[in-house]
Design a protein around this ligand. Structure first.
Ligand code: MN
Length: 709
């Protein structure tokens, strides 16, 4: 498989075995494009760069991958190394190939080296999550295999790092996809780079031992073949050698001696059908005594990656252990190629979605499973591996956070720490500022901007998806509402007391305690909260605090002179602006203490409060704070003569006056006139007047008025 440097024409010759002429031409075109793009670049080995993509394509051709994968292999480093864009590739080679190249480039971008080994599992999952099209992974694995084959030209330290990464990330991925042959080679190369001396020593020992083993191997082989021939089953039997790296691993992990491992003889028997596999099993169990507990039926119950085979261990002649694998040639092809062998290259065409292709692969597994007639569990595992419901996000320090798909920056902030979530005001996704509601994608690096004064926002609940974020936001809002209600209750009670000729400071603790024990409140703050929420009337509380106060009508009538409550503009949870009249700073206004909702601010002339405006138990006079900031929304009714494009004219008049449009609706009144309802955000009345003036300049506008219920 480790072919010598081949030319593109040589490769095309080999492709003719399984691809159409047109497909081969496209592969060649991708090669020529890439050759030109990489012109002048060299590999560390000194070879022209194009040799690398060409040989990656060869690895894929050995797996008989489709022409699009081969084209992607030719182009896989073009975006990364030559500054040619994805769009340019799409124009040249179509969307499917451009997406593959882009996917491979993105995987390259993930900086594996800086991350701890403990995160390897997450990296594997992330790699799978990032590749919508499973071919991206296969091309990436081929890329990695070629880099491992040519590792020798790097310095030893870099070799070890890449080898480690190969063992931690790529070889487990190959295993998940059932690509054993590729995985074995990756592992062998990685171990050689990491433990060169030890591997060499083992290889020498294997060579020495194989002389002694030869005789026993051929004896066992002969008796196996004889027995199978006598039973009349068509089979091919081969001995299996052991790779130095797997011997090393067994010695290290299973604490076995070299001779323990070398004294096991391994064979593989390939036959035609699953039925024959079981017949072969009968024959070999009849020939040598099976070792109890070692038989595994992966035909009836395939492994999670689709691997099928029968495994058994026998006591051979002289009692030597003999390991046998029995499978059909189809199973054998799948066992070495895995997902790549499942590839339906003949059906490949540009318009078949990648996901559909992968689904087909999973369906293929499902069929195997149904034929085998056992649980569906392994299919679920495969699905989870290939279509994870999770995304993987980096913190700025390179730690990986696992979040459910659909998570936003707010979810991420809370996942990092509750304090980060509570304090977040903005975020940077891959260094660019983005709204907190942005839905995150696997592989992004997210940095949260926090402020000491920030508070969770009610609106976050409309996009936060994780339980942790949602419960933390609710908890904070509840606390926030509590402190706002207590504060408002205190102001309302203070004002009521002032009208009775006293103030809160003069109320003794004794009076407070008496009242809260009467009303069964645990604390005075609970009483204030109840007032703030509008459940309790400040005046009656004030009176019960001062049972002996002078309650002459004259005193009460002073209420209108009392200092009004100030509206600070920061719309809180217990203060809100009435939707019926939409007051803005500058408007005369009145606060309605609404049961359970706190203080609702109305325009003083709003019809909805006209009956209760003077009821000092239900309404309080309000004044706008001097230096108010923010945007306040109000609604206008605009009468216009029919004109096309009037909505656009109004919209531009509003933005000329630097105001924000929240909504704009048009209702036909008759053939000549229309009514436009405009919801607009302004700083105050003065600003609104500017907006109105700006709109009056439009000829067809005949009348503008505020909407009040
Ligand atoms: Mn590469």
């Amino acid at each position: 498989m480790n072919t010598a440097v081949e030319t593109i024409d040589g490769l095309c010759g080999r492709l003719a075995r399984y691809l159409e002429d047109d497909e081969i031409r496209q592969v060649k075109r991708a090669y020529l494009y890439s050759e030109q793009a990489h012109d002048g670049q060299k590999r560390r080995s000194g070879h022209p760069y194009i040799i690398h993509p060409l040989q990656v394509a060869e690895i894929l051709a050995d797996m008989r991958m489709d022409h699009q994968s081969l084209m992607a292999a030719m182009l896989h480093d073009v975006i990364e190394d030559t500054g040619i864009t994805k769009d340019a590739l799409e124009n040249q080679f179509g969307e499917a190939v451009a997406n593959l190249v882009d996917g491979v480039s993105k995987l390259t971008h993930i900086n594996f080296e800086t991350h701890a080994e403990a995160q390897a599992e997450n990296f594997q999952k992330m790699t799978l999550a990032m590749a919508r099209d499973i071919r991206v992974i296969i091309v990436k694995l081929a890329d990695r295999l070629h880099n491992m084959r040519t590792l020798g030209s790097l310095n030893p330290e870099k070799q070890r790092r890449i080898a480690r990464e190969t063992l931690d990330i790529f070889s487990p991925i190959a295993n998940r996809l059932g690509m054993y042959e590729l995985r074995s080679e990756l592992q062998a190369l990685a171990y050689r780079a990491m433990y060169p001396m030890r591997i060499e020593r083992i290889e020498r020992a294997v060579l020495k031992a194989s002389g002694n083993r030869k005789k026993i191997v051929s004896e066992i082989l002969e008796s196996l073949t004889d027995a199978l021939e006598r039973a009349g089953i068509k089979t091919r039997t081969e001995g299996r050698g052991k790779a130095a790296n797997s011997i090393y691993r067994k010695m290290r992990d299973q604490r076995k001696s070299f001779s323990d491992i070398m004294d096991v003889y391994a064979f593989r028997i390939i036959t035609d059908s699953a039925d024959d596999c079981y017949r072969v099993l009968g024959v070999v169990h009849n020939l040598y005594k099976p070792k109890p507990g070692r038989f595994k039926d992966y035909i009836a119950i395939p492994k999670g990656n689709g691997y099928q085979s029968l495994h058994t261990t026998l006591f051979g002649m002289h009692g030597v252990p003999v390991e046998i694998q029995i499978r059909t040639s189809e199973m054998d092809a799948l066992a070495s190629g895995g997902i790549a062998a499942h590839w339906l290259y003949k059906e490949g065409s540009d318009d078949i979605a990648a996901v559909q292709r992968t689904n087909r692969w999973v369906k293929g597994l499902l069929e195997i499973q149904q034929r085998a007639g056992s649980s569906l569990e392994f299919i679920e595992n495969v699905k989870i591996d290939l279509f994870p419901d999770d995304i993987y996000i980096f913190t700025p320090k390179g730690k990986i956070m696992e979040l459910p798909t659909g998570s936003t920056a707010v979810d991420f902030a809370y996942a990092v720490h509750t304090d980060i979530g509570n304090g977040c005001v903005a975020c940077r996704i891959d260094k660019a500022l983005a709204p907190l509601s942005t839905i995150l994608q696997s592989g992004q690096t997210v940095e949260i901007v926090i402020s000491k004064y920030a508070k969770p926002n009610l609106a976050w609940l409309s996009f936060a998806v994780t339980g942790k974020a949602r419960s933390a936001i609710r908890h904070m809002l509840k606390n926030q509402q509590r402190s706002e209600s207590v504060n408002l209750g205190q102001q309302l009670l203070g004002r009521a007391l002032e009208n009775l000729g006293t103030n809160l400071d003069q109320v003794t603790e004794q009076q407070q305690n008496l009242l809260i024990s009467e009303r069964k409140f645990p604390e005075f703050d609970d009483l204030l909260e109840d007032i703030g929420l509008g459940n309790r009337i400040a005046y009656s509380v004030a009176r019960s605090l001062l049972p002996n106060a002078d309650l002459t009508p004259g005193m009460l009538s002073q209420s209108t002179d009392a200092r009004p409550l100030a509206i600070k503009g920061s719309e809180g949870l217990v203060t809100s602006y009435a939707k019926c009249c939409r007051p803005i700073p500058g408007d005369p206004c009145v606060g309605h203490i609404s049961k359970g909702r706190g203080l609702v601010i109305h325009h003083a002339t709003c019809n909805n409060i006209s009956d209760i405006r003077d009821d000092s138990e239900k309404c309080v006079p309000l004044a706008w704070d001097e230096d108010l900031q923010g945007e306040f929304y109000t609604a206008l009714k605009i009468l216009v003569e029919a004109e096309t494009g009037i909505i656009a004219l109004i919209a531009s008049a509003v933005s000329d006056a630097n105001a924000a449009i929240d909504r704009i609706n048009r209702e036909e009144r008759d053939a000549k006139t229309s009514v436009i309802i405009l919801k607009v955000g302004v700083r105050d009345r003065k600003h609104l007047a500017q907006v109105v003036r700006s709109m009056r300049r439009i000829k067809s506008v005949t009348k503008i008025s505020r909407i009040r219920a």
